[in-house]
Design a protein around this ligand. Sequence first.
Ligand SMILES: C[S@@+](CC[C@H](N)C(=O)[O-])C[C@H]1O[C@@H](n2cnc3c(N)ncnc32)[C@H](O)[C@@H]1O
Length: 268
Amino acid sequence: MSAKKGWNIISKDYQASVRISLDDVHYGPMAPGERELQLLGKVEGKDILEIGCGGGQNAIVLAKWGARSVGLDISEEQVKYATNLARKQKVTVPFHVGNMEDMDMFADESFDVVLSSCAIGYSENQGQVFNEVFRVLRNDGLFVFCVMHPIALRGRLVRYGGRRYWGLGNYFYRGRRLWKWRFKEKVAEFYGYGRTFGDYFNPLVTSGFIVEKILEPKPYPLDKMAESEMRKIPYLDEGDLKEYETWRRIPFTLIFKARKPAKQDKNS
Ligand SMILES: C[S@@+](CC[C@H](N)C(=O)[O-])C[C@H]1O[C@@H](n2cnc3c(N)ncnc32)[C@H](O)[C@@H]1O
């Protein structure tokens, strides 16, 4: 099953179950958002594209903050949800159906910022995504994205000596990984792609980006948070809360902040 088909099947139930903020740009489960991390700089008046935008929450927040934001997602159902949500939130955000590996619908150098949250890990041809992002960014433009950290992706909970640990499987496995998402009778199966830390960093550089920051935020201090605050965290479910002692010891999200050089060297 393709990612498109899979997300079309689960979009409605997925959106009903996740708690993605309409008050902050998020960088994945248990990671602080843009208000704290300040990766995007001043967004007011900027042209910002979110790729793999899902229900459009990040693009909508950016529009509320004064950006001219645009969203792109491969799933028609996710885009439908995003379009309705933008209407309800009273902001104008054009949402497009398309593949982040081929963004023909956008002209060269048309955005100041490209953002992506928890979506690039589903792209088969990541090098092509980075080339496309580089193309649509203006000189000096920013590319900020987060993916599930390879340590979180490659591991699983194990018991040892009465304690629970995050056991790392094969860090170097680069094949496809089948994701199976089940919401009652609806099941979606699609692939994510195994990548090491270097598999993100090096292709960014090959595409021409300067990597300015790499963040591996510590998960939220859930043990010190009020129930009401916890309930605002995207994706967090009862299972995660139960396993918090384990999650707090590993990085869940990996964030890159990269920049297209201000002026391209003609010989490069
Ligand atoms: C886990 S969701 C994240 C959505 C959103 N960024 C968020 O944080 O809620 C991943 C999204 O990536 C989209 N996606 C997967 N592969 C894609 C591709 N090749 N091009 C564009 N979108 C894609 C899916 O349709 C899905 O909406």
